[in-house]
Design a protein around this ligand. Structure first.
Ligand code: 5GP
Ligand code: ZN
Length: 133
């Protein structure tokens, strides 16, 4: 059984901040910033590609609820919502989860998008490819 399924089943200690019939939100064991929380579906889906529509809708609303709770309780306005799928994307636990990461002035969390400007032709070609799928 995966580590998050163990947490959901209550087999290992967890730090639940929100729970309903479909999902659980708990503090990440490694606090990237103070308040770092994970939201997971109770059903084991490996990643975004396995997730069903109802769970996807439900879980993002729970992310919204928990982000608000964190914002109010910890007095933060800035928050990253992050989801990693696959090894190259740094997924280390293969049970779908969404990170809620509150941001503070001069915190140590680093998320950096490198600049990569494409020409209009390249963007249109890319767009056609994605839209055709
Ligand atoms: P990923 O890299 O897969 O997107 O994120 C997995 C997250 O799960 C990491 O931030 C890691 O700290 C957290 N994590 C791993 N094992 C445990 C655990 O046993 N308990 C809790 N609360 N978090 C965990
Ligand atoms: Zn699992």
């Amino acid at each position: 059984m995966c580590i998050f399924c163990e947490i959901i089943k209550g087999n290992i200690p967890n730090y639940t901040v929100y729970e309903d019939d479909k999902c659980l939100a708990f503090l990440d064991i490694s606090q990237a910033t103070i308040g770092h929380t994970l939201v997971v579906p109770k059903q084991h889906f490996e990643n975004i590609f396995e997730l069903d529509e109802d769970t996807a809708k439900h879980i993002f609303n729970v992310v919204r609820i928990v982000a608000n709770k964190i914002s109010k309780s910890l007095n933060v306005k800035d928050i990253n919502i992050l989801n990693n799928n696959g090894k190259l994307a740094y997924q280390s636990v293969n049970h779908f989860h969404i990170h809620i990461i509150p941001r503070y002035e001069n915190d140590q969390f680093n998320i950096h998008f490198s600049e990569n400007k494409l020409s209009n032709e390249e963007l249109v070609e890319l767009l056609d490819k994605i839209k055709r799928a």
